[in-house]
Design a protein around this ligand. Structure first.
Ligand code: PHB
Ligand code: FE
Length: 344
């Protein structure tokens, strides 16, 4: 996801004091299912017709392969994202920006209370390499883990082709703003982005801009609703404008956010259209905390110590607003920054 580019010389945080695991192995395709299996440290990953299986020295975990692939796709596309990406209540990754912890049960108090959680630490680029191979091998022809379920084929069955154009999509990250000269382009029919079936009613007009001579590259505007109506993916925030550490990451949402996101900073949500329901749980334990129903125009700030998962029956537009500063997670861990953006 959107991390600010540029030199960051701070030490990589390692709250659990873990050493780096290696041992990356890809096993050849299985004779029966045709899928490869993958190993990273002591984690083993295997898929069959319906399920993804994760084995560690401390436990074995099963996920439906559609849910696993949707979550894996986000973890890959977002470069392990901010903080923790829970694929479900048991398995996930925590990003330390350069290094990453991969865990079974570490954010689930049923596991931690009986010491059944298992965590290993990896160099981010090394684990990412295995994750990318896994999402490529396990995604079959016709299935798109970025798409809403009604807009894609099924992931079930034995190995049958692949869908590398879909899983290899490069996420949009504007340097300054969508539509500026030399920056990421606006979306049109001509460049392959058609209006989504659920946003037929969204006006496609564009703002008129008359910059003073000499300011043509500095003054710009675009129709964000039209831009979002043409998104071909769901639950995939793209960076559309950048002002220092302030990142506007709008996205279009249909069905379920494929991960429970445990952010390492506060994060603002502005619902731009329709309705999204958020289940909020404690970040460390997974205990349910709140349900937030956000309708068009509603604004919420997610605290830095929770996890959240969104649900949207009708495709909705959401503005995710992130503070991309690499300093924030350490400040929160050290108690120097609050876990909430506003105190009343
Ligand atoms: C989030 O975790 O904050 C998030 C991720 C993807 C989305 C929306 C929100 O599409
Ligand atoms: Fe989030």
């Amino acid at each position: 996801m959107a991390m600010k580019e540029g030199a960051d010389t701070r030490e990589i945080a390692n709250p659990r004091g873990l050493s780096i695991s290696k041992n990356f192995v890809v096993d050849p395709a299985d004779n029966v299912t045709g899928y490869k299996s993958f190993h990273a440290g002591s984690f083993d990953f295997k898929r069959d017709e319906y399920f993804a299986y994760i084995t560690t020295p401390k436990g074995f975990h099963t996920m439906p392969v559609d849910a696993f692939l949707r979550a894996l796709m986000r973890d890959v596309a977002w470069g392990f994202f901010y903080g923790t990406v829970n694929f479900d209540q048991v398995f996930g990754t925590t990003n330390y920006y350069g290094e990453v912890d991969m865990f079974l049960g570490a954010t689930n108090e049923s596991y931690t209370s009986v010491a059944r959680d298992f965590i290993e630490r990896f160099k981010s680029n090394e684990l990412m390499d295995i994750f990318k191979q896994m999402v490529s091998d396990w995604t079959i022809e016709g299935y798109d883990p970025f798409a809403a379920p009604m807009e894609t084929g099924a992931p079930w069955g034995v190995k049958n082709g692949d869908n590398d154009p879909a899983v290899g999509r490069v996420r949009v990250t504007a340097r300054r703003m969508v539509g500026l000269k030399g920056d990421t382009p606006i979306r049109t029919d001509q460049n392959g982005y058609r209006v989504n079936r659920m946003f037929d009613d969204v006006k496609q007009s564009a703002p008129e801009v008359y910059p003073e001579p000499g300011f043509e590259n500095e003054v710009s505007a675009f129709n964000l609703f039209a831009y979002l109506s043409r998104s071909d993916v769901t639950w995939n925030p793209s960076v559309c404008s950048v002002v220092k550490d302030s990142l506007f990451c709008p996205t279009s949402e249909e069905y379920i956010l494929p991960v429970e996101h445990g952010n390492d900073r506060c994060e603002w949500f502005v619902t731009l259209s329709d309705e999204i329901v958020w289940n909020i749980k404690d970040g460390a334990t997974g205990r349910p905390k709140a349900v937030v129903r956000q309708r068009a125009g509603d604004c919420a700030c997610m605290p830095a110590d929770i996890r959240h998962q969104g649900f949207s029956a009708k495709r909705a537009m959401l503005l995710v607003w992130e503070n991309g500063s690499p300093k924030v997670p350490d400040l929160i861990r050290e108690g120097k920054a609050p876990t909430v953006a506003v105190s009343f």
